[in-house]
Design a protein. Structure first.
Length: 330
């Protein structure tokens, strides 16, 4: 309250506000605890995954006990956040966000925050937020590089304006599981995202800079870019919400015994490049001119050049989508 940008009135508005964080991995976990400590009155955390030991290098909200018990991240986050601030309403939801449940899970919140690990879900968030006229904040980190951008429908560019361009392909396919990530960039991006969230939720939208911030903590490069709305944008201009309608997501079907097939549309993969990325991250790869196969115990994923993939070891579409996003890209 002593900070002039916030004041007593701003703190009071924070307590009356609500935010939903989609994804409680590295960025989502750090953002969640910053907002809980700041006193945002109602927080919901949504995540489909569970805590693993490899997460602990960068996911500061969790500990070894969470990993040993393989707790769902949303459930573990709810427990930890309640210990940080018992005076606010905290709700952990273990779910895979889809076009079918997105309205149910996100309706009623003042702000949506990005803690996801794939662009398929981010474009779904963007479609929902633009259609609903709801502000949301995009945030991502991979390697030592990260970026964040506060999106306000009708006032700023949206994620489709920014990323549905021919030169965005490399960014869309790099993931933490193939090129790694270090903890400092995660916490920096989470701090930038949380700062923009506090401006919106405390009633100080005039303090928003409206720019895409990007930073690389290894090279020391920092950028602040003005992003214009794309007059041809399918989402915020054309009101075409293909992700919200389920048209742009991979279609998933059962494929024999204990297998799932992902039918990816409008996509071709460079199998050689994908194989090099996976091999560099320590994953054994078998490939020929037509397909690439690798194992992530207890699963085996076979990827074809047209983007199609077969997951052996599960009939759960959420598992298939999660593994595809992590190791192939959205």
């Amino acid at each position: 309250m002593l900070f002039t940008g916030m004041g007593e009135e701003g703190q009071r508005k924070l307590l009356a506000s609500s935010a939903v964080i989609v994804g409680c991995g590295a960025i989502g976990a750090s953002t969640a605890q910053l907002l809980a400590r700041a006193g945002v009155g109602r927080l919901r955390v949504i995540d489909r995954d569970f805590v693993e030991h490899s997460n602990l290098q960068r996911q500061a909200l969790f500990d070894e006990n969470d990993a040993r018990e393989a707790l769902p991240k949303a459930a573990a986050a709810e427990h930890k956040l309640r210990q940080l601030n018992s005076e606010i309403d905290i709700d952990g939801v273990v779910a895979d966000l889809t076009p079918q449940n997105v309205a149910e899970l996100l309706d009623g919140f003042d702000l949506i925050l990005d803690g996801t690990d794939n662009f398929e879900t981010r474009f779904l968030l963007n479609d929902f937020a633009v259609e609903a006229g709801r502000p949301w904040i995009y945030a991502a980190a991979v390697g030592s590089y990260g970026l964040t951008f506060a999106i306000r429908p009708e006032l700023t560019a949206c994620l489709a304006c920014l990323l549905e361009t021919p030169d965005a392909g490399t960014l869309l396919e790099e993931t933490c599981d193939t090129v790694g990530v270090i903890g400092p960039i995660v916490n920096l991006v989470a701090s930038l995202e949380a700062a923009e969230a506090l401006k919106i939720l405390s009633g100080h939208a005039e303090a928003l800079h409206g720019r895409l911030l990007s930073c690389d903590v290894w090279s020391g490069k920092m950028q602040s870019l003005g992003i214009l709305r794309d007059a041809r944008c399918r989402a915020c201009v054309g009101h075409e919400y293909s992700y919200l309608e389920g048209k742009s997501q991979p279609h998933i079907t059962m494929c024999g015994r204990d297998s799932v097939q992902i039918h990816e549309r409008r996509r071709s993969l460079d199998l050689a490049a994908l194989g090099e990325k996976l091999s560099a991250s320590g994953i054994a790869v078998k490939k020929n001119d037509f397909l690439l196969r690798f194992a992530i115990a207890p699963y085996e994923l076979t990827v074809f050049a047209d983007g199609r993939a077969i997951l052996k070891g599960s009939t759960n579409p959420a598992v298939a989508r999660s593994l595809y996003a992590r190791y192939v890209g959205a």
